[in-house]
Design a protein around this ligand. Structure first.
Ligand SMILES: *Cc1c(COP(=O)(O)O)cnc(C)c1O
Length: 481
């Protein structure tokens, strides 16, 4: 398998070459030159597989430059009931992503039973093991430097903690994350994890990451890398649970299902699109947004209008608060029929903060008719009402992001096709809003009852790029971790 760029001007690469990297040489995103296809006979053989077997069947097609035995060992070490043990619904952790049936034809796929209680653990845990494996081969080191307002940073830290050759420097806005999220990150005592609470807001943190990343000399001498949502290995690892959910919700490979996906950066639903391109019988992929509805606007109108940071609303489903959807470029590449020059032209506007408009293009009707996309949007009042409905009607507490999904799923559901809503976080992670909706604190997984009382380890710093560089240089120079 070779990987090409969405903008058509980068040399082809292999899986391990794009594993640690971000953008391709021309600023585009990595895409497989063609999708591996699963035939009806393949699907029949896959139907009986457990999560690890499915993951190997799928990922060995994408990561074909990793020896098969090594890849299998990495997968077997990652997708265990011990890692994905935090189910609070009574589901069987051995399923890794259990399917919870609300009523016949309406299901929730549990993707949030990993260490940080959000779906990002599904891919990030594998990424941690892949990184460690790839670095050990070259006796190399990597210093991951990122900014978080919650889910991504904690998921990265829990995936990279204790990994050889890797350090994580994670910036977060001081006193701005929820108490649970703060405790989850800051209670990590692993010497290779560095939590830095920045006096400022999330954008100050992100600006510091950009400033350090733009200093190419610093970046290369201190081997700085990132783990953002455009990472191809993350996207491909997410393809697996669409297959798992499909097999769990259907009896035969003649059946179709639809998925509703609470979306932000379009990484999760992009994996669903890839599963569909590989032959999984998916009728519709329903993109659910919150008040930050840049994606819903595109799927309704054909206009993709990224927002300015100042226009991005802070909502009670904060992990979907985005101004532009980085992985969306991957879908548009497929929509254009792999026309890198077309994507490059469209993104020359996007990269300057401008919109593009496909409403008059012959491509736009195909978004729904050929690629199966639908969309919808949700707001705080919908979220609260849907969280209440889920408890009253089905006895199931859900988090705010999953509530955005369920709200849209109920609008888009068809009588003859099962609808699967992806559960992207557990309610315990967003307890303030759960309390508002349900009048009681959400159930926490076993062992997390007193997370906030554990000792915390973090530094408080000003939003000062030079001080930040000095801090990294000091820790890396000491050989910590
Ligand atoms: C990251 C995240 C999302 C959005 O996923 P994308 O892949 O960015 O579309 C939704 N819900 C939760 C809880 C998340 O952490």
């Amino acid at each position: 398998m070779h990987y090409v760029s969405t903008r058509g001007e980068s040399p082809q690469k292999r899986f391990t070459e794009i594993l640690l990297g971000g953008l391709m040489d021309d600023g585009g995103l990595a895409m497989p030159e063609s999708y591996p296809a699963f035939s009806r006979a393949d699907l029949d053989a896959m139907r009986g597989m457990d999560y690890r077997q499915l993951a190997f069947a799928i990922l060995s097609r994408f990561a074909d430059d990793i020896p098969a035995d090594d890849l299998r060992a990495l997968i077997d070490r990652t997708y265990t009931p011990e890692v994905y043990c935090n189910t609070v619904s009574g589901s069987d952790a051995r399923d890794i992503t259990p399917l919870y049936t609300l009523e016949p034809g309406l299901h929730v796929l549990e993707l949030s039973n990993g260490p940080t209680l959000a779906f990002k653990d599904m891919a990030m845990q594998l990424l941690g093991n892949l990184f460690e494996y790839a670095l050990a081969k070259d006796s190399a080191e990597l210093n991951i430097f990122g900014a978080t307002s919650g889910d991504t940073g904690s998921s990265a830290e829990y995936a990279m903690r204790g990994k050889r050759g890797i350090r994580v420097f994670m910036l977060s806005p001081h006193n701005k994350m929820s108490r649970f999220q703060t405790a989850q990150m800051f209670s990590l005592q692993d010497p290779n994890i560095f939590n830095i609470a920045v006096r400022g807001v999330f954008d100050d943190c992100q600006d510091m990451v950009k400033a350090v990343s733009n200093d190419l000399a610093f970046k290369s001498s201190y081997r700085i890398g990132t783990v953002n949502s455009i990472n191809w290995a993350r996207v491909s690892a997410q393809v697996v649970y669409y297959f798992k959910g499909y097999f769990a919700a259907t009896r035969s490979n003649d059946d179709e299902v639809s998925f509703t996906v609470p979306s932000g950066n379009f990484g999760n639903v992009c994996a669903g699109h890839i599963a569909r391109m590989m032959g999984l019988p998916i009728r519709h992929l329903v993109v659910a947004t919150n008040e930050n509805d840049v994606l819903d606007e595109f799927f309704r109108t054909g206009v993709y209008r990224p927002r300015a940071t100042a226009e991005t609303l802070h909502t009670t489903s904060p992990s979907m608060d985005i101004s532009k959807a980085s992985n969306f470029e991957r879908f548009i590449y497929d929509l254009t029929g792999a026309d890198g020059a077309h994507v490059k032209a469209l993104w020359s506007d996007v990269d300057r903060g401008r919109a593009f408009d496909l409403s008059e293009s012959s491509l736009f009707p195909r978004v729904a008719s050929e690629f199966g996309f639908q969309s919808g949007t949700s707001n705080h009042a919908h979220r609260i009402a849907t969280m209440r409905l889920a408890v009253e009607r089905w006895g199931r507490a859900i988090d705010t992001h999953t509530a955005d999904g369920l709200k849209v799923a109920l609008e888009r559901r068809e009588t003859d096709v099962p609808m699967i809503v992806l559960e992207t976080a557990l309610p315990a992670k967003f307890s303030e809003t759960v309390l508002e909706a349900l009048g009681s604190e959400p159930v926490r997984p076993a062992g997390m009852e007193s997370l906030e009382s554990l000792p915390q380890r973090f530094e408080v710093m000003d939003a000062d790029v030079n001080a930040m560089k000095a801090y990294i240089a000091d820790k890396v120079g000491q050989g910590a971790g």
